[in-house]
Ligand binder design. Sequence first.
Ligand code: ADP
Length: 176
Amino acid sequence: MTEARLRVVQADITTLAVDAIVNAANSSLLGGGGVDGAIHRAAGPRLLEECQAIRNRQGGCRTGRAVITGGHRLPATFVIHTVGPVWQDGDSGEDDLLASCYHESLRLAEAQGCRTVAFPAISTGIYGFPADRAAGIAIRVCREWLAAHDLPQTITLVAFDGPALAILQSALKKEA
Ligand code: ADP
């Protein structure tokens, strides 16, 4: 049951018509490179305005936490911005912080009544987190969440390229 609710696809996350996509943001919430830049470009300037308003209110977003905005011009209704850990040495709390990103994002998605949520591979780009280790954490947290909650109904883990897809697929088999 839980397995049918957890999917792995190769896609540009900005094209997905889900209730919420997750953004691998940075703590400033002011946009950046990678998936963050792609999401802001596709959503249009109102997304940055909304992020700036959150920043003015609460001073950005800490690592391992998440905030939610509208999707603006995206097909997705909401964007959940979470700040992944920068990889140091693997012994500096990175695993727990990455797990917290997935958990906090799912908490916000549930609170908004989202039925479908898509995640990019948080921290595995510019932030340098090893992709196979990150995939294992993502799958573990999502499975634990789905086993205990009705919402979201489905979670999609999005790989941007072929190698990332292979890593997610193999982690899905290994952790089963
Ligand atoms: P971080 O700073 O958290 O490492 P990045 O944006 O650099 O974030 O990378 C996170 C992951 O998102 C990487 O695996 C990267 O290949 C992937 N990515 C980049 N652009 C997109 C996109 N448009 N859709 C889905 N995944 C993307």
